[in-house]
Design a binder for this molecule. Structure first.
Ligand code: BGC
Length: 738
């Protein structure tokens, strides 16, 4: 009997060994690329030891997780995101690794992408950045970001896609698909309610479920449900008392149960704070936790989901069901990316990438104001003056984790000199001094922007030169240093920094041909707006900044960008600041403006913005006519077809973003005056006319009912409003929902 038992025991040990041995041969199911991913996941999971399972769910270095070396399960390498591929840092330090092959293409900031209102541009962006990530052997791209533009003081707004949930949803989906076609996972961030930098680890956000579902979640949901994102990053802030990186409601209930997310939840770097919550509340992969180096051993073992988790299991305090679920999700992510044998090879710094930067930038630049057809710069202009620090400053370095080491960055002055070579004389005056520094994490621009003259002298020089110039282009805005457009800090005021207003006012006195170009990811106050001829919102445009802006200013490219967020006249006009509400906040913070964010709030309060959501001019004009609805009635299961004719009335080719808003004429809950529900970008030759078609269903008419916990489309009358911006509605028609 004893012998038999011994034989059985030996046999089963042998079997286990065989299974383990097999693991490293190509016969193992999990290594078979043709086997369904779920079977590979279960097979790999069954072969892993407890320690290996613990290891795979947290980082081994600043940007990588270890995989399972014994089984040949690959490491996962992540990278920022979202505007280009971050240069390599050391294994366990933020310092530069000192590689010489890690410079990238710098793409326009996501605010610019959103301003294109062109889904194809989002796809182009995703493909291009995905190719660069792939070439650099990265598996997870930490982006895009889709937090809603709640306040113009938000330091990271430049990394996001504006104030409207529908626009952000429409733009995030193609970006995610484009990235993932390259075998690289998108990691959509920062989920959720990450609208402040100053106290980003301790602010504890609460908002109504209506605001959550109608405003703050739709873009994340679209990225999951329509975009099929393979990973998502939890945000730093708390939501209703618990950090978002291990928040049961956000992660388990909404993301995984309601939306069916099957990918991995990645913590933001240092966003994990509690082992027990991390175990049960839906976090799958822990990165960036700040653990003391002292204490010997491997510091990564001290992560919340490392030894502390292992110990709880070994002591029998928790089981392994949650662990297995996390491991499954990490394995799925690995098989979809690092261990996808069919992934493309990628490419870095290709002509197509430069073309993408130019195309996205060219379509994203917004012409805010253009009196007397001041732009494009007259072909007769022989003396063009460029003024301002942002015309010469490299803006791809700085701003936090999105900082880049670009292969090249063509600044505005360089672009203007390129464009006008042999055609006109382009001169330059500094105008103001902002931030003369230019380094982030050891990447230096190498620029020397030091200036000894004082503000008065700089203005006097610019004004004297402006008097004899045929065209004056002031290039200012914000930059990527603290309290500008920068992670980790928020802006302190809506106004322009560094005394730029005085420079602009002085230039406006000296010339009748003044264009103000603002490079920023945020709205700014413009006390001088009535005294300048043109205003251009130029965002952060990446590698081709100067070439893109020269093309727009000269008329080679006809601007077609539209604002993805409202420019208010003053800070208190923003719904999030109305009534003197303070920002930033530490601890409990209620989003008192509820669903009335951005234009929804401006319109409710009847406050006229400086430039409305969706606004953007062109060098041509468009006429709208013939709005037609397929029926005057719509059933709750039915659809409504909408068509409208758009004609290019001017003398040059141009693109127009046709925007469709819906207004609920009577409802039991307060609703915005109108909400964006569709848009299309069309290109028209002079004199050309096109019929643009849209289809609406009840989702375009619904609101989220907090009490019932579901979307409701109420019977009654609705109005369809079609126009060129939220404030420039050209056609209207009503219908009834039965
Ligand atoms: C940022 C993330 C970024 C991560 C890694 C964090 O501080 O919030 O957006 O992806 O660092 O650099």
């Amino acid at each position: 009997m004893k012998k038999t038992l011994l034989a059985i025991a030996t046999f089963s040990i042998l079997l286990t060994c065989c299974k383990t041995d097999n693991a490293t041969t190509n016969k193992a199911l999990y290594l078979n690329p043709n086997a369904p991913i779920e079977e590979r996941v279960e097979d790999a999971l069954a072969r892993m030891t407890l320690r290996e399972k613990i290891n795979i769910i947290h980082a081994q270095s600043k940007f990588s997780a270890p995989g399972v070396p014994r089984l040949g399960i690959a490491e996962l390498w992540t990278t920022d995101g979202p505007h280009g591929i971050r240069p390599e840092v050391k294994w366990d330090e933020w310092d530069q690794a000192g590689w010489t092959n890690d410079s990238c293409t710098a793409y326009p900031a996501l605010t610019c992408l959103a301003a294109t209102w062109n889904r194809e541009m989002a796809k182009t962006y995703g493909v291009a950045i995905g190719e660069e990530a792939r070439f650099r052997e990265k598996d997870v791209l930490l982006g895009p970001g889709v937090n809603i533009y709640r306040t113009p003081l938000g330091g990271r707004n430049f990394e996001y896609m504006g104030e409207d949930p529908y626009l952000a949803s429409q733009m995030v989906v193609p970006y995610v698909k484009g990235v993932q076609e390259q075998g690289v996972a998108a990691c959509v961030k920062h989920y959720a309610l990450n609208n402040e930098e100053t106290h980003r680890h301790t602010v504890d956000v609460d908002c109504s479920d209506r605001a959550l579902y109608e405003i703050y979640l739709p873009a994340f949901k679209a990225a999951v449900v329509e975009g099929g994102t393979w990973s998502i990053m939890g945000s730093y802030n708390k939501y209703r008392g618990t950090h978002a990186c291990h928040n049961d409601r956000l992660l388990n209930k909404i993301l995984k149960e309601e939306w069916g997310f099957d990918g991995a939840v990645v913590s933001d770097w240092g966003g994990t704070h509690n082992t027990d919550e991390a175990i049960t509340n839906g976090l799958d992969l822990e990165f960036g936790t700040w653990v003391a180096r002292k204490g010997g051993g491997n510091p990564y073992d001290r992560y919340y989901m490392a030894h502390p988790y292992l110990e709880r299991i070994q002591k029998g305090e928790v089981g392994t069901a949650e662990l297995d679920e996390k491991v499954r999700r990490v394995l799925r992510l690995t098989f979809r990316t690092a261990m996808n044998p069919n992934k493309p090879y990628g490419a870095l710094g290709s002509e197509s990438h430069t073309a993408a930067v130019r195309a996205i930038g060219g379509e994203g630049v917004v012409l805010l104001k253009n009196d007397n057809n001041n732009l494009p710069i007259s072909a007769q202009a022989k003396n063009i003056l460029v003024v301002g620090e942002n015309a010469v400053k490299m803006l791809t370095v700085g701003g936090g984790s999105s900082s880049l080491k670009a292969k090249h960055e063509c600044v505005v002055l360089e672009g203007m000199l390129n464009h006008y070579k042999g055609v006109a004389n382009v001169s330059y005056a500094r105008g103001y001094v902002g931030d003369v520094g230019g380094s982030y994490n050891g990447v230096n621009t190498g620029q020397n922007l030091n200036e000894n003259r004082n503000a008065k002298e700089l203005i006097a020089e610019a004004v004297a030169m402006a008097r004899t110039a045929d065209a004056v282009v002031f290039v200012g805005g914000l930059n990527k240093s603290d309290h500008q457009d920068c992670e980790g800090t928020d802006r302190k005021e809506l106004g322009l920094p560094y005394g730029q207003d005085e420079v602009i006012e002085a230039l406006a006195e000296a010339t009748d041909h003044l264009t103000v170009v603002l490079l920023s990811g945020n709205a700014v106050e413009m006390p001088w707006v009535d005294r300048v001829e043109s205003v251009v919102q130029g965002w952060f445009l990446g590698s081709e900044t100067g070439n893109v802006l020269a093309a727009v200013l000269s008329g080679e490219v006809n601007p077609s960008g539209k604002l993805p967020f409202t420019f208010g006249k003053k800070l208190e006009d923003y719904p999030s600041h109305a009534g003197g509400v303070t920002f930033p906040n530490d601890g409990p913070t209620t989003y008192h403006e509820d669903i009335f964010v951005g234009y929804r709030g401006f319109e409710k309060a009847g406050v006229e913005p400086l430039f409305a959501f969706g606004h953007g001019l062109s060098y041509t004009t468009f006429e709208y006519s013939n709005l037609t609805l397929s029926s005057k009635k719509m059933s709750k299961r039915g659809e409504l077809k909408v068509s409208v004719d758009v004609r290019n009335n001017g003398a040059c080719k141009g693109k127009e973003v046709v925007q469709l808003y819906v207004s609920d004429l009577a409802s039991s809950l307060p609703r915005p005056v109108k909400e964006l529900k569709e848009f299309a970008k069309v290109e028209l030759e002079p004199g050309e006319s096109r019929t643009v078609h849209f289809t609406l269903d009840k989702s375009a008419l619904s609101y989220y009912d907090d009490v019932q916990g579901c979307w409701v489309a109420e019977s009654g009358d609705f109005e369809v409003l079609v126009g060129s911006s939220s404030a420039d509605i050209r056609q209207r028609a009503t219908f009834t929902l039965k």
